[in-house]
Write a protein of this length. Structure first.
Length: 145
């Protein structure tokens, strides 16, 4: 019984570590984009080319809230009013989502998308704050309570 109990206690820690690592990876990639706009533009094209086929392939596993967040990030990436720092965060989060290299591989049933969901949520939260500060409201942006 101790083994099962220990495993159950370790799972939240593992998920939290994966979330933190995913956010760190997004921040590092966004920092690269801020230094090299060509890489940001290249990866933006990768997202535009692959995001919707990725969602089609794995869409059944996504909940509606996550899909709304993905759409929000895509709008933030493509809207010409968004500041460059917002675009870099959105591109980094969406590249992380569609990348086959994850902290937790997407094919692991039940938890495979935990790091992706955490990374997307963190990016949406950060971007929302920046957009509010700039007075920008994107189509489909969730209203703040």
């Amino acid at each position: 019984m101790d083994i099962d109990h220990t495993t159950a206690e370790q799972e939240p820690n593992t998920a939290k570590k994966a979330e933190m690592e995913a956010v760190q990876r997004i921040n590092k990639r966004a920092a690269v984009y801020e230094k090299d706009a060509k890489k940001a533009k290249r990866d933006e094209k990768i997202v535009q080319k692959n995001l919707f086929s990725y969602i089609e392939r794995f869409g059944k596993r996504f909940v509606k809230g996550l899909l709304d967040s993905i759409k929000f990030l895509y709008n933030a990436m493509t809207d010409p009013r968004t500041p460059f720092e917002v675009k870099t965060m959105a591109i980094a989060a969406l590249v992380y989502l569609i990348s086959p290299i994850d902290v937790i591989p997407d094919l692991i049933p039940g938890i495979g998308f935990a790091d992706d969901a955490a990374a997307i949520a963190a990016a949406v939260a950060s971007i929302s704050v920046i957009l509010i500060r700039h007075g920008i409201h994107l189509a489909g942006q969730k209203e703040q309570d």
